[in-house]
Design a protein around this ligand. Structure first.
Ligand SMILES: C[S@@+](CC[C@H](N)C(=O)[O-])C[C@H]1O[C@@H](n2cnc3c(N)ncnc32)[C@H](O)[C@@H]1O
Length: 229
C-alpha cells in the first residue's frame, strides 16, 4: 500500500470517539511503555508516513495478553515491518517460547531488532525473509503453531489463512488484522483493491466450515479464527 494511503489511515481505532479512545489507552496498566514508544518514534523518523503500519499500544497489549493467557509457545507472525506487533507478541511468550516472523523487506528489520534487543526478547524471535506464502508453505504441515498473527499484504490474507489453518493446533488461534479497514468494508463506493480483498476475505471466513471466527472491533478490526476439525 502506498505510504500516503497509510497516512490517511493513521488511525489506531475508528468508530470510537478519539477522546474516549485516548481515555481507554491512558487507563492501561502499566500506563506507558518506553520501548514501544521509542520504536514508534524511530519508525516515524526513518520511514515517515509508513509508520502508521505499526499497530497501536492498545492492540499490542491485547496481543501480549492473548499469547500469555493462551500459554502459546510457538507463534507465527505474517508481516513484521519494524517489529511493533512482534515486540508485543514476544513479550507474551514463556521462557523457551519462539516467534517466527515472515517479512518481505529487509530494510525494516534493523529497526525491529533494536527494539527487540531493548525489550530483552530478541532471542525468542526468528525472522524469515521473503514472500510469506513460501515461508508458511515450508513450515511442517502438521499442527504445531499455537497462535498466528496476520498483518501483511491484504491480497495475500486468504492464502495465509489456508496455509496456517492446518498448521494451528486444536485450541490455537489465528488473529487477522485490519479486517474493518477503517470502516471502508461497508462503504459500497470503495472498490479499491485492498478493500475488495478484505471484503472477500471476511465473506469467505464467515462461510467456512473448517473454522470459527469472531470479528473484534479493536484497532482497525481483528478477526479471531480457531480451527474446527
Ligand atoms: C502492516 S505492515 C506490518 C506491521 C507490523 N505488524 C507492525 O505492527 O509493525 C505489513 C508488512 O507486510 C510486509 N509484506 C507485504 N507483502 C508481504 C509478503 N508477500 N510476504 C511477507 N511480508 C509481506 C510489508 O513489507 C510490511 O512490512
Amino acid at each position: 500500500m502506498p505510504a500516503h494511503v497509510w497516512q490517511a489511515r493513521a488511525v489506531k481505532s475508528f468508530g470510537i470517539d478519539p477522546a474516549v479512545h485516548a481515555y481507554a489507552v491512558e487507563h492501561a496498566n502499566p500506563r506507558g511503555d518506553v520501548v514501544s514508544e521509542q520504536l514508534a518514534e524511530r519508525t516515524r523518523e526513518r520511514f515517515g508516513a509508513s509508520a502508521a503500519m505499526n499497530i497501536g499500544g492498545d492492540q499490542g497489549r491485547f496481543l501480549e495478553a492473548i499469547v500469555s493467557i493462551s500459554g502459546a509457545r510457538t507463534v507465527v507472525e505474517v508481516g513484521t515491518f519494524t517489529g511493533m506487533s512482534a515486540l508485543w507478541l514476544a513479550r507474551g511468550l514463556p521462557a523457551g517460547g519462539r516467534l517466527i516472523c515472515f517479512e518481505l523487506v529487509d530494510t525494516y528489520l534493523a529497526t525491529a531488532r533494536e527494539a527487540w534487543e531493548a525489550a530483552g526478547v530478541a532471542d525468542r524471535i526468528e525472522v524469515r525473509l521473503g514472500p510469506a506464502a513460501d515461508g508458511l508453505a515450508a513450515l511442517p504441515e502438521e499442527p504445531h503453531v499455537d497462535l498466528a498473527f496476520i498483518d501483511a499484504d491484504k491480497a495475500g490474507y486468504a492464502t495465509y489463512l489456508d496455509l496456517l489453518l492446518p498448521r494451528v493446533v486444536d485450541g490455537g488461534a489465528i488473529l487477522v488484522d485490519n479486517v474493518l479497514w477503517s470502516g471502508a468494508v461497508v462503504d459500497p463506493d470503495d472498490t479499491s483493491t485492498d478493500t475488495m480483498a478484505i471484503r472477500a476475505f471476511n465473506d469467505a471466513v464467515a462461510q467456512r466450515d473448517d473454522c470459527t471466527a469472531v470479528v473484534l472491533t479493536i484497532g482497525d478490526g481483528i478477526t479471531l479464527i480457531r480451527p474446527r476439525r
